[in-house]
Write a protein that binds this ligand. Structure first.
Ligand code: YSA
Length: 340
């Protein structure tokens, strides 16, 4: 009887072609009411001698089953992994073998290309290009820019805080909400005079729409020296816009704006054409650097003045290329990217 059962079980194990089917065989023979389990249950009613001989027989049967099961299980696991790898296999030489398949090559993202253009233009006007930090501290992102913790301006830039032990000296770590913390770091490091731009990504915890993204690029500018006024800023911006937009017709307006880190503050809007409608789109904040910010950067406000600006490069890209939804820029949609 056990030999017959073992033969049947081994055949069932061999016939199982998937791990799931094999598990079903295990349940059929070794499960709570499995055929081998049932045999084991009969032992309790036998005499001690019978129990010993029958017990050994059933144990042999169980061992034979387990051995065949394990071998088959290993085989099927390997086969399943091989099949998965085969399905994912990608022949990178295929394009060379078959020239009819076009070889797609990557290109520089339009936003990176625009950033390089901006760097080039400002470098030609005597500015140095500096790098800020994407992960900043509350101190550099807010406090040193004259935005103390109780200041309502903190709510204007909803912040992604990092789940990281607090740096007690500089407050919580966060993803910078603007490129302005770079101003303080550059003043601390290089002192004055200073003529720099700091391009980079910034992050805001806010709902997205056609003109707002939660990750976007800004370009910070900082010009510190003696006898500097807002007229310089207007001259530099006009020159920059002319070179950046080339022949494209643009309309710009300046208006007063409020930022705690400047006094006075201004904002710059550009006319944005969307279909046959046009509206003013805010592209830049700027102003004369606040004396408290100069002090935080280690400079003497009696001796030095300067202006700073921060414009949205992603919004400038929309205006330059006539993009009517900012979210397309980070969408990674090839139908969009291939147009550049
Ligand atoms: C102001 C004065 C200075 O002395 C220096 C810099 C600044 C700018 C300030 N740091 C700032 O971030 N101002 S801002 O919140 O108005 O953003 C500046 C520009 O970034 C905007 O004019 C806009 O062009 C762009 N921007 C803001 N939020 C955005 C955005 N672009 C895309 N998506 C968003 N959610």
């Amino acid at each position: 009887m056990p030999e017959k059962l073992l033969k049947q079980a081994l055949e069932a194990i061999q016939a199982a072609s998937t791990i799931t089917a094999l598990k079903e065989v295990e349940v059929k023979y070794l499960g709570r009411s499995g055929q081998i389990t049932e045999l084991l249950k009969t032992l309790k009613d036998l005499s001690p001698e019978e129990k010993r001989s029958k017990g050994q027989e059933i144990q042999k049967l169980k061992n034979g089953f387990t051995e065949a099961y394990t071998t088959r299980e290993r085989y099927l696991q390997k086969a399943e992994i091989d099949a998965k790898l085969q399905a994912e296999f990608f022949d990178i030489t295929l394009n060379q073998i078959n020239p009819q398949r076009s070889l797609e090559s990557g290109t520089i993202h339009p936003l990176s290309r625009l950033q390089r253009e901006v760097e080039q233009i400002f470098a030609e006007m005597g500015f140095e290009i500096a790098d800020g930090k994407e992960v900043e501290s509350e101190y550099y992102n807010f406090e040193a820019l004259n935005i103390p913790s109780h200041h309502p301006a903190r709510d204007m830039q909803d912040t992604f805080f990092l789940d990281h032990p607090t740096d007690t000296k500089h407050g919580h770590l966060l993803l910078r909400t603007h490129t302005s913390p770079g101003q303080i770091r550059m003043m601390e490091k290089h002192g004055a005079p200073l003529r720099i731009i700091i391009p980079g990504r910034v992050f805001r915890y806010e709902a997205t729409d056609a003109t707002h993204d939660s990750t976007f690029n800004q370009v910070e500018g900082l010009f510190i020296d003696q006898g500097i006024g807002l007229a310089h800023l207007k001259g530099i911006m006009n020159e920059f816009l002319q070179r950046f937009f080339g022949d494209k017709e643009i309309k710009v307006r300046f208006r007063p704006g409020y930022f705690p880190f400047v006094e006075p503050g201004i904002e710059m809007d550009m006319l944005w054409k969307k279909g046959n409608q046009s509206k003013w789109l805010e592209v830049m904040g700027a102003g004369m650097v606040h004396p408290n910010v100069l002090k935080a950067g280690g400079l003497d406000p009696e001796k030095y003045q300067g202006w700073a600006f921060g414009f949205g490069l992603t919004r400038m890209a929309m205006l330059k290329y006539g993009i009517d939804d900012i979210r397309l820029i980070h969408s990674n949609d090839l139908r969009f990217l291939n147009q550049f």
